[in-house]
Design a protein around this ligand. Structure first.
Ligand code: EPZ
Length: 417
C-alpha cells in the first residue's frame, strides 16, 4: 500500500487541469450494455474505479478497449449477466449494471453492495423502481436476482433523490414499453450527462437535470460517441486547496456551472473566486472566515465536498457548523483531523468546527475517498510533515493528486508503505 508524505506551509500557485468525472464515467460506461455495437468515450479519467467497471463489463462479456483517455465498449457479446460479490464489494457503483442488464437481457444477478465507511447505502429505491417497471426482484444469498418478461413504463416516485438510483432507473426505462415518469429524481450534472449520452444513442428523455424526468421507451438503442464531463469534485478540491494555503490557483477544464454552491461558500470564507470560460481562478485570503455548511442534493452544497471544507474551516477564525444530511456516517475524517490539531466536536450529523491558529503534521489514516483528500489538504497547510496512509482510497477518485499538487508548489511525494 502507498502513503503520501506532505510538508505543509507553502501557498499553492499555478494552473491545474481537471480530469473527466468519475461519477459521470461510471454510469455512462455501464450504459454501453444497452447496445450491441462500439460505443466510444473520451476524457475518461484514469482511476481505480474506472478499471473496476471496465473489468466488470468484460466479465459480463463485453469487449473493452482503452487508448489513453478514450475507451471503447462493445456489448454485442454480452453473455453472463452476473456482477459478482468480489467485484461489487470493491466498488459499489457496480450496481449500475443492474438497470442496463435488465433492459437488454431481461435478467441480472448482481451482488448487493453492502455498506461502506460512510453509511449503510441501501439500494431499496433502485429495486422498488425496477419492480414498478415490471421486474421480478428476489434477494437471495446476498444477490439481487432480477428478471422480467417485458419492462413496461410506469410512474416512479423516489423517496430520496438517489443519484445511482436515478441512473439505474433511467437505463432500465429507455427501452421499456411506454412512458416512465421519474419523480424526485436526482438533478446532478452526472444525471444530465448520462441522459445526453442515452439520447445520443436514440433514447427519448425529457427533463434530465430537473426533479421530474419523462422517458418514452424506444425499441432499440444504437452506439454513440461521447466526452465525459469534468469532475466537479476534483475541481472543488483544488479550489479549497487555493483558499486553504493562501494560494492562487487557476483550475482549468472545469465547468463553473456545476460549482455554484461551492463558489458561494468559498467567497463567504473570504476567498476570491474569478469565474472564466471553462476555468476558475481562486485566490486564498490572508485570514479565513468561519462558514456554516449544510450538505444537500444538487444544486445544494455537495456531500462529496464536506470533508474538504471541514479542513478549510479547521483553520478559519470562529466557529463553523457543518451538517451532513446525505450520509449517516460521513465524519470519519474528524478523528484523523483531530490528530492534526483540529478542534471539532461531532453530535449526530452535525460537526462544530472551531478554527485553530494552525494544524501540526502527523501520521494519519485514510478511510474513504473524500476523507483521504481532506487529509492531504490538511497536510498541505499543517506545520511539519503529514503522512497519509492507505491512499488506495484516494486513487479511486483522484488521478495522481500528489503530482498535481507538486506542480502547484507543494512539497509532496508518494512512497511505498
Ligand atoms: C452517489 O452515490 C455518488 N457515487 C457518491 O459519490 C455521492 O456522495 C452520492 O451520490 C451523493 O451525491 C456515484 O455517483 C458513483 P445516493 P449514491 O443513492 O448514488 C439513500 C464519491 O465520493 N438511499 O444519492 O450511492 C442513501 O443511503 C461517492 O464519489 C436509500 O436510502 O448515493 C443516502 O443516504 C461517495 N435508498 C442517500 O440516499 C436507495 O435505494 C443518497 O444516496 C438509494 C439511496
Amino acid at each position: 500500500m502507498d502513503k503520501i508524505i506532505v510538508e505543509g506551509g507553502r501557498p499553492l500557485r499555478g494552473r491545474v487541469e481537471i480530469n473527466g468525472a468519475k461519477n459521470a464515467a461510471l454510469p455512462i460506461l455501464a450504459s454501453a450494455l444497452l447496445t450491441d455495437g462500439w460505443n466510444t468515450y473520451h476524457n475518461v479519467p484514469g482511476l481505480k474505479d474506472i478499471e473496476s467497471i471496465k473489468d466488470l463489463l468484460a466479465q459480463l462479456g463485453a469487449a473493452v478497449e482503452s487508448n489513453g483517455r478514450s475507451v471503447r465498449v462493445n456489448a454485442a457479446g454480452l453473455c453472463c449477466p452476473e456482477a459478482s460479490y468480489e467485484l461489487v464489494r470493491k466498488m459499489r457503483a457496480s450496481v449500475l449494471v443492474l438497470g442496463p442488464l435488465l433492459a437488454r437481457l431481461k435478467k441480472a444477478r448482481v451482488s448487493l453492495p453492502g455498506g461502506c465507511a460512510i453509511g449503510a447505502r441501501p439500494i431499496n429505491l433502485h429495486l422498488k423502481g425496477l419492480a414498478l417497471l415490471g421486474a421480478d426482484i428476489k434477494l437471495e444469498h446476498g444477490y439481487v436476482e432480477a428478471s422480467a418478461g417485458v419492462l413496461k413504463g410506469n410512474e416512479i416516485d423516489l423517496d430520496v433523490p438517489t443519484v445511482t438510483g436515478t441512473e439505474n432507473l433511467l437505463m432500465a426505462a429507455v427501452m421499456a414499453e411506454g412512458r416512465t415518469v421519474l419523480r424526485n429524481a436526482a438533478r446532478e450534472p452526472e444525471i444530465v450527462a448520462l441522459a445526453e449520452t442515452l439520447k445520443a444513442m436514440g433514447a427519448d428523455i425529457q427533463g434530465a437535470g430537473t426533479a421530474v424526468i419523462t422517458i418514452e421507451g424506444v425499441p432499440k438503442l444504437h452506439p454513440a460517441e461521447t466526452r465525459i464531463i469534468p469532475d466537479r469534485i476534483e475541481a472543488g478540491t483544488f479550489m479549497v486547496a487555493a483558499a486553504l494555503t493562501g494560494g492562487d490557483i487557476e483550475v482549468v477544464n472545469c465547468d463553473p456551472e456545476h460549482l455554484g454552491a461551492v463558489f458561494h461558500k468559498l467567497r463567504q470564507a473570504g476567498a476570491q473566486v474569478r469565474v472564466g470560460d471553462g476555468a476558475v481562478r481562486v485566490l486564498g485570503p490572508e485570514t479565513l472566515h468561519s462558514v456554516d455548511i449544510k450538505t444537500t442534493p444538487y444544486p445544494g452544497f455537495p456531500t462529496d465536498m464536506q470533508a474538504q471544507f471541514m479542513v478549510l474551516m479547521s483553520v478559519a477564525g470562529g466557529l463553523s457548523v457543518i451538517s451532513e444530511t446525505i450520509f449517516e456516517n460521513r465524519f470519519i475524517h474528524v478523528s484523523e483531523l483531530r490528530r492534526l490539531g483540529a478542534d471539532v466536536m461531532v453530535s449526530g450529523n452535525t460537526a462544530m468546527v472551531r478554527g485553530v491558529s494552525h494544524l501540526s503534521g502527523a501520521p494519519v489514516m485514510a478511510t474513504d475517498l473524500r476523507a483521504s483528500a481532506s487529509l492531504v489538504l490538511a497536510g498541505l497547510v499543517a506545520r511539519g510533515v503529514t503522512e497519509v496512509r492507505r491512499v488506495y482510497h484516494l486513487d479511486r477518485g483522484y488521478e495522481a493528486i500528489e503530482k498535481k499538487f507538486a506542480q502547484l508548489g507543494a512539497v509532496i511525494r508518494r512512497e511505498k508503505e
